[in-house]
Write a protein that binds this ligand. Structure first.
Ligand code: FES
Length: 109
């Protein structure tokens, strides 16, 4: 998602430069006391979700992206990058609105 400059929601928190992210990979940030995994997709958009897997606490920021899902590196459950839902039926992961504004990644938590 990309929002125009000047339209940054009041609650959007800048977490870092887009240059710190690698397309197709994730990175974990602490945002307002929460561990949040941020992913840069091949199309230049970003997604954000809780960084801790609800199964057994795996690090989702280290997971592999496959299309619109991320696969937890511990037991390979997948979660939608858009909704956080897990098609295998375990708990979903909370997602957060994320955007790139003036080269900075912003998250609403
Ligand atoms: S800890 Fe993530 S799938 Fe098991």
């Amino acid at each position: 998602m990309s929002i125009p400059a000047g339209a940054i929601p009041v609650s959007a928190i800048p977490v870092g430069s887009i240059d710190d992210l690698t397309p197709g990979e994730g990175r974990a940030y602490v945002v307002d006391g929460k561990q949040v995994a941020v992913f840069l997709l091949a199309d230049g958009t970003v997604r954000a979700m809780d960084a801790v897997c609800p199964h057994k606490g795996g690090p989702l920021a280290d997971g592999q992206i496959d299309g619109s899902v991320v696969m937890c590196p511990l037991h390979q459950y997948t979660f939608s990058l858009d909704t956080g839902a897990c098609p295998s039926g375990i708990d979903s992961v909370r997602t957060y609105p994320a955007a790139v504004v003036d080269g900075k990644v912003t998250i609403q938590v």
